[in-house]
Design a protein. Sequence first.
Length: 350
Amino acid sequence: MSLLDSLTAKLQRHPKRIVFPEGSDPRIIQAARQFATWRCGVPVLLGDRAEIKDRAKRLDVRLDGIRIMEPGRSDDFDLFMPMLDALPAYADLPVEEKQSMLLNRHNFAALMLLSGRADALIDGATVTTSSGLRSLFRIIPTQPAVKTASSLLILDQENTKVGMDGILFLADCGVLPEPNSNQLADIAVSTADIAHHLTGNKPKVAFLSFASHSRRPVHDSIHKIREAVPIAEAVGAARGIEADYEGELQLDTALDPVVATQKGFSDSEVAGQANVLVFPDLNSGNIASKMLQVVANARTYGQIIIGLEKPCAEISRGAHVYDIVGTSIITACQAIDRNLLRGSPSSTDP
């Protein structure tokens, strides 16, 4: 069973509410229909009700099981005003500006997520990454033990000998341009945490580089990778996240057991069997992920935002309906209690 099939089955047992700020986008309407049809939960589309209904009719998409909300006409509008007062980014704004902020669907969706009126959020179909992330980072706090919010992509490809039966977790491919060693460690631990949450498998985290444990004088970019590894081990242990970490490793050394053995890593817990790949900077992460999407035609889901208290994702403006559905399922599953996700009968869903 594929990761997506497995997570869909979990959601069918523990359905979630997922909000889409860009509710009138045709791809979002079609993805919401699929999410509802598969009984994964209730999609909430934000936008003009008449426009959404007209688009759905043109697409021949039913709207039963899908909720439509207009922020300016919602009963939640007045309830969210005090919440803005408590947020540093908006606390000192005049009332008129706060009202204007609430009419912004991206802000309204983030407040739905923060207040528990939605379990997960998918944004980014029609806006640049920076625009979509701004609302999330200003409204949704980071997890208590996390200093750095970042992102990950989940790669699903046919070679089941790589990663977790073909699944790889790639980070950070969408947020931090030049992470320092502490940020790299945070990215690694947060990605490992989600990888285990979704799969139940032990994360094996490779910090990628153009060299594998080079003994020669190394470039400054490698120093931060070497510094990040023990930091990640300490942070992961403090957060109770069991994972193996190693770096610096070249990509083939991280994924190919034959290459790993040839290069002297036969005793490594990570080399040749990595399932989480941490890129040294945004350039390398974004380029690699886009190349896999375009050249290898591999399925990728995300960007999944990591390090925040609530599950959310920032999809690409070029995302297809299937990508949005997959990202929605993965993001919503993060709202399921870990014991329930693993199938423990003694747990209760919060």
